[in-house]
Design a binder for this molecule. Sequence first.
Ligand SMILES: C[S@@+](CC[C@H](N)C(=O)[O-])C[C@H]1O[C@@H](n2cnc3c(N)ncnc32)[C@H](O)[C@@H]1O
Length: 262
Amino acid sequence: MSTRALEWDAAAYHRVGSPQEQWAAEIIARMGLTGDEFVLDAGCGSGRVTALLLESLPSGRVIGVDSSEAMIDGARRTLGADPRAAFVCQSLTELVLDEPVDAIFSCAVFHHIHDHQRLFERLHAALRTGGRLVAQCGGEGNIDAFRTLADEVAGRSPYAEYLAAMPAPWHYAGPKDTATRLASAGFASISCWLEDKPTVPADARTFTETVLLNYHSDWLRRAAPPEAADELGRAFIDEVLAEAGSPLTLDYVRLNIDATAA
Ligand SMILES: C[S@@+](CC[C@H](N)C(=O)[O-])C[C@H]1O[C@@H](n2cnc3c(N)ncnc32)[C@H](O)[C@@H]1O
């Protein structure tokens, strides 16, 4: 089965994406924006964090790029009336913008992309010389305990028959490899570091369906017989959540990235 851009449940993500919004606020604070820049929101999602970014850009502009059409539609609904915001559905690995941006912001996106070298090359090409990339994504060790549990359940009947062939959805890179890739893509003044962010989502069920196991549900929907797929997806999530315990505590580890386009 081929890999293709995953479609997200944008409305549900918009409701449960509070941890990401909190992380986004910290990334934006690191950017030191003066307020008139043109900024790329790389993987803008439903526009919830784009709206936050725009609060720091009273006379600036944002272009939000995301590979999910549902997320881009959601972002347009969130910020459609704001003349400072524009949105494009495109993969960041194919990114081409009409004009260079002053800075790139990204929250909770890069671990969804396997080819980081290509990603950083496309981001570098989109930045003006001297422009900054300030980002955070899942890093080495991210939600290890939850992923181990999900893998265990996925290896059992009746899920294994369908999920065994599913490729690993995420790429959790480390700071050293990331710094090397950024340098070879043309970035300088590079800082990359890991940060623990233990998190208890407010609505564990929706968060798990929408953010943690959405690739698994999507794969089951395509691999299992149509009449059984939805029920299998629900049962899989029930089983993982029952074994994860309550409250659901996620051992998030974030990879922070600061770099300048040389
Ligand atoms: C967890 S959401 C984060 C959304 C938003 N940045 C936030 O913090 O709320 C991950 C987003 O990355 C997007 N994404 C994944 N792979 C992508 C790619 N190759 N190019 C562009 N966007 C991508 C997804 O469609 C999704 O909207």
